[in-house]
Ligand binder design. Sequence first.
Ligand SMILES: Nc1ncnc2c1ncn2[C@@H]1O[C@H](COP(=O)(O)OP(=O)(O)OP(=O)(O)O)[C@@H](O)[C@H]1O
Length: 373
Amino acid sequence: MLELDVKLSRGHFDLSARLAIDSPMTACFGPPGAGKSTLLGMIAGVVMPQRGWIRLGGETVFDSRRGVRMPAGRRRIGLVRFDPASHPRQTVGELLRDTHRNSVRSGTFGFAGVVDLLELEPLLDSGIQSLPAGDRQRVALAHALIPAPRLLLLDDQLEVSGVSNSALLPYLTRIRDELNVSIIYVSHSLGEVLQLTNRMVLMVNGRVLGFGDPHEIITDKILSAGAPLQGIENVLPVTVLGHEAENGCTIGYYHGSELVLPMAAHLAPGDSVDVSIRSSDIALSKQYLRGTSIQNQIKGRLCAVIRTPGHAVVQIDCGITLLAGISLKALHAMALREGDTVYCLIKAHAFSYLGNPSRDGQSLDSREVSLVH
Ligand SMILES: Nc1ncnc2c1ncn2[C@@H]1O[C@H](COP(=O)(O)OP(=O)(O)OP(=O)(O)O)[C@@H](O)[C@H]1O
């Protein structure tokens, strides 16, 4: 159980949060600048609140009135933040063995078990600097996990590494279930939140605007809130296959399907990039449509319908969860029911690229790019 009541003022930004989290997996969702990283930093002990208290498993790790300030290293909290530049010459194996050696006294999950769970065996002899971003994330996760934390915090790594946390989702489920470690992770995708957990913290402007069942928060807080929360509902990790210069589009690959995306000539085949699509930009059909101008038809299964006055958001399992916004009239006319097969219809130009793409562990900004036609 994590309980906290904290306050921090930093320039124009005020954070005030009160929470009691006992779920094994909790998503922290909110627009950029909401205070998610700051909150995670306070829990981990790398950002000091000005007032308040934090208790983990009944133990007080921070209390401004009583002068308790437990150092980050003693909290047994794994904050997954990783800077490969701090390990310029180490291989993955060297780093993780060092981590294991240094944590033996305080407890450890064991080197072999973590390497196996995160499928890192083939990377042990690779230099950390040369790893692709996705692999680096798993190394960062192993680095935080080996010292047997009681709580794992996954900050948003999108800006840093060019890929979101989505690629880690299957591993997070195993960590929660097999190692019994509670997890709080920052997500930018509501679809992802619904797929992975039934507990969510919604942060906006330094405040906890909602805490609890994601469906209820989406209905009560997000759909009625308008900007800046709308438009970040679905995030898809895509691998670039190539470009069709004559058709003005880029082709991506996602979960067994090809996607037609807006032209992004700076990307090269093999690059990983996240694309976002608003729920309101996804239409639904019960059949595959022929002779349509809409280029993307992603097949999925309808899992749930979230109703609001005059509006509905439909949750569809397409390998990852997508949210599609439709009118109640359309919902009734289509007689949609849970378990139905549906096609998500998405125009190529409705997708937006998020963050910096990654290839071979580097951001595209810092390397030469070859155009593919
Ligand atoms: N080290 C710092 N010093 C001063 N202000 C900071 C610092 N780090 C963040 N801020 C400010 O604090 C506010 C909250 O930032 P924070 O990074 O916690 O938000 P966030 O919700 O994690 O955003 P994002 O989704 O973009 O990562 C922002 O206004 C940010 O500019």
